[in-house]
Design a protein around this ligand. Structure first.
Ligand code: BES
Ligand code: MN
Ligand code: ZN
Length: 498
């Protein structure tokens, strides 16, 4: 789809469809009033007759509105003006795009981006509108032999701003929104691909192509390289599978050469059977999503590259398949991590932390400013926070705050959980330096505590995205989260958030 920004009056738009909002009860937004005046109260007549009350989620498509240059006018209900916030704004954009796409408009001019949202800038509205639009039209049909084509899909979308002085910030925000959406689409595509296609090798090949396309530096460590480095923990996860593990490293060098990088580490278990501690059958297919942490950090570096962010960003993906093959780890096995610390594997299904800990030691060599790992780490996090917010842990409160703020701004929230020492004792092992599980209580906290033993040398945060990375049920599929949170964090650091 093609996008643009415009400032101008709605009645003068030569467009297949002009979209304006209506508040509840029966109150036109400003662009709506302009159209109403130009059309000798065509719109207010319709509203007075009760065809459009302004209820959130409702639409009314009008043809041949007098006094206008467009073919159609789409009215979108926004709910009560006082309650019009981020969520309502995004819902209005979503329903507008969906309707435009289904009603045969080739192009549309959306005036909803002129409607103020409390505490949010024009740039925010446009960025968000671009992201929501791309989300709404996203389809994953790579494996469908018949693609369901929209008959006359929307090809051109224009977001309107009220003042000419807003054109520049809005255009920057549009470019940002589209880059973020591309990062999310990559994350979703990788997440949605089945485990027999999206293997560690596939992730490495995808990263390789991305590096060539965007001028990123890349290294892919093979099993033998990891053996030399002493990554006994990561390797133990891969040893039950015939798929070879990989450690993917990508660098986006947009900042000064002496500037310390932000490092993102993503869990890349391309399928998690649980290993010898085998998972139960129902819904096990969803464990193809266990590489969504990896997908999200790859999506984030893609977005950063597209935006040419003036920062140094490194992405590290430890990736393996967790299978119960003949060579698999057994409960009670003890492995030595790259850090030298030994781990008793009491449950082979707690494999995420086993691949992450070696990656977190490996990244020390980049002398990071900040390290953030992203992982579908624990079912316990879903119990604690549901599918609304990601779990956030950090060894530095200001970093937790920055990430929480980024999540708020991006409409991709995270909620801080405790990382107090009191929990560490649950990881005690009689036979090794630590066990890889901490019992049923506070499962997502003890998982984070495990990781914290490998991240003492830098500022670090951990995002548990087990509840947010994908949806189950009828709308089963990857969400692209937390690409929005991560990209907003980076935009903020780069001073590029308006
Ligand atoms: N990938 C899972 C976590 C998961 C489970 C995410 C369900 C989303 C939905 C992870 O590897 C895992 O199996 N964790 C175990 C840890 C336990 C053995 C301590 C879990 O959460 O049950
Ligand atoms: Mn597992
Ligand atoms: Zn897992």
């Amino acid at each position: 789809m093609e996008f643009s920004i415009k400032s101008g009056s709605p009645e003068k738009q030569r467009s297949a469809c002009v979209v304006v909002g209506v508040f509840e009860p029966r109150k036109l937004t400003l662009p709506g009033e302009l159209l109403d005046n130009a059309s000798q109260h065509h719109l207010s007549d319709i509203i007075r007759r009760g065809d459009m009350e302004g209820k959130a989620g409702t639409t009314l498509l009008l043809h041949n509105v007098p006094g206008t240059l467009c073919d159609r006018v789409l009215l979108v209900g926004l709910g009560k003006e006082k309650e019009f916030r981020e969520k309502e704004f995004c819902q209005a954009i979503r329903i507008a795009v969906k309707t435009l796409n289904e009603t045969g408009s080739f192009d549309g001019t959306v005036f909803l981006t002129e409607t103020p949202v409390k505490k949010r800038s024009v740039a925010w509205r446009v960025r968000q509108a671009a992201i929501v639009t791309q989300e709404t039209t996203y389809r994953f049909d790579q494996f469908k032999s018949k693609k369901d084509e929209v008959r006359r899909p929307l090809r051109k979308l224009t977001f309107a701003v009220e003042r000419r002085s807003e054109l520049n910030p809005a255009e920057d925000a549009l470019a940002q929104g589209l880059s973020i959406a591309e990062g999310m689409a990559l994350a979703k595509n990788l997440g949605n691909r089945p485990g027999n296609v999206c293997t560690p090798t596939h992730l490495a090949e995808t990263a390789q192509k991305m590096a060539e396309e965007h001028g990123l530096e890349i290294q892919v460590l093979e099993r033998s390289d990891m053996e030399v480095l002493g990554m006994g923990s990561l390797l133990s996860v891969a040893q039950g599978s015939i798929q070879p593990p990989k450690l993917i490293v990508l660098h986006h060098k947009g900042g000064k050469s002496d500037e310390k990088p932000v490092v993102l580490v993503g869990k890349g278990i391309t399928f998690d059977t649980g290993g010898i501690s085998l998972k139960p059958g129902p819904e096990m297919d969803e464990m193809k999503f266990d590489m969504c942490g990896a997908a999200s950090v790859l999506g984030t570096i893609k977005a950063a590259a597209l935006m040419k962010l003036p920062i140094n960003l490194t992405v590290v993906v430890p990736t393996a398949e967790n299978m119960p093959g003949g060579g698999a780890s057994k409960p009670g096995d003890i492995v030595t991590s790259m850090s030298g610390q030994t781990i008793e594997i009491l449950n082979t299904d707690a494999e995420g932390r086993l691949v992450l800990c070696d990656a977190l030691t490996y990244v020390e060599r980049f002398e990071p400013d900040t390290v953030i790992d992203v992982a579908t780490l624990t079912g316990a996090c879903v119990i604690a926070l549901g599918h609304v917010t990601s779990g956030l842990f950090a060894n530095k409160d200001s970093l937790a705050r920055d990430l929480t703020d980024a999540g708020e701004e991006a409409n991709d929230r995270a909620w801080q959980m405790p990382l107090w020492d009191d929990y560490q004792e649950q990881l005690k092992s009689n036979f090794a330096d630590m066990a890889n599980i901490g019992g049923r209580a506070a499962g997502s906290v003890t998982a984070a505590c495990f990781l914290s033993r490998f991240t003492k040398k830098y500022d670090w945060a951990h995002l548990d995205i087990a509840g947010t990375a994908w949806k189950s049920g009828g709308e089963k599929g990857a969400t692209g989260r937390p690409v929005p949170l991560l990209t907003h964090y980076l935009l903020q650091r780069a001073g590029k958030l308006n």
